[in-house]
Design a protein around this ligand. Sequence first.
Ligand code: GDP
Ligand code: MN
Length: 379
Amino acid sequence: MDLLEYQGKQFFASFDIPVSPGEAVTTVEEAVAAADRIGYPVVVKAQVHVGGRGKAGGVKLASNTSEAREHAGNILGLDIKGHIVKIVWIESASDIAEEYYASFTLDRAAKKHLGMLSAQGGVEIEVVADENPDAIAKIWIDPVDGLTEEVARAWVLAANLNPAANDGAVDILLKLYRAYTEGDADLCEINPLILKPTGEVHALDAKVTLDGNAEFRHEGWEVYDATQVRDEREQAAHDKGLQYVGLEGSVGVIANGAGLAMSTVDIVNQVGGKPANFLDIGGGANAEVMAGALEVINNDPAVKAIFINIFGGITKGDEVANGIVTALGRVKIDSPIVIRIDGTNAEQGRAILAEHESDMLQSKSTMLEAAKAVVELAK
Ligand code: GDP
Ligand code: MN
């Protein structure tokens, strides 16, 4: 779950990381009123789920009311890499002596958290990594050990910041690590992390990705959820509580369990087809869930054929087959369906489906046969 900058800053602030005071608004009038309240100079910042807003004209300094009005007017409605700006964040402008970069993310291969710190901030970190990789000080943190002050200090020294920034940087990095771990984030990035002429260190931007699977243990994450950008299909699936990812192909995929759904996407590709989506209906493949899944898939005009791939475990094959039949009675489906049921009570399940077989519905006993059939139908 990606946060907008101002949400990221609120998240940071809850871990005591210094950020500038500001207000999020959606109209020019509100922007002007907010700027007047905050006091000039302010920065008017586009709130979209993409980086590089500065270069795209989405970050502007305003030193008085009329400049605030002008910038808010230009930025609201601006198209930044396909994202239309609907919210602007007005914050008290900071004086900048130096711009740094700091982040934590997971290095899956190393099975450790990766911290990156660079004295070359403000620009895209990919560019620094490309042109001047030695300018990024990296540390790998074992989650069991955590980040100690001693290690943080050595890391900061290795990054060769202005010595005046060292204490402030250590303090922020320790807090940022807490935000990243205790806050259940997959990514916490500050670019730029600034040193002010007065010697304070401060987060001027915030890029935060939260682990959506942890939502259940964080009150208040609903507000972040509400501002996620999803395509129509993804929104419909999300509203039904389905695990759905939209893809580009023509074979609609429904499977129970994320692993099986991924294997289904793979096998469709393997036999020369292109999946239209990834959809995991989870363990309980009952009629209600199945009908919801079929509805989402059927509303995707790119879908030419549907592959339902179910492995009966605790949910038995005959129950799933009955669920599918009931669902098909409720939802009118435009594309032919190929079903593979295996696992517990697979025989009984197939027997139930056999009574309903037609041009629009066929059942196959293996995943490979089913994949071949559905890809043929999608042509
Ligand atoms: P991004 O372009 O999407 O990464 O947006 P940022 O929030 O990082 O802002 C881009 C650049 O605008 C920063 O690197 C700063 O140079 C500049 N900027 C942002 N806020 C301020 C501010 O309060 N004061 C000053 N002087 N410059 C700012
Ligand atoms: Mn930035």
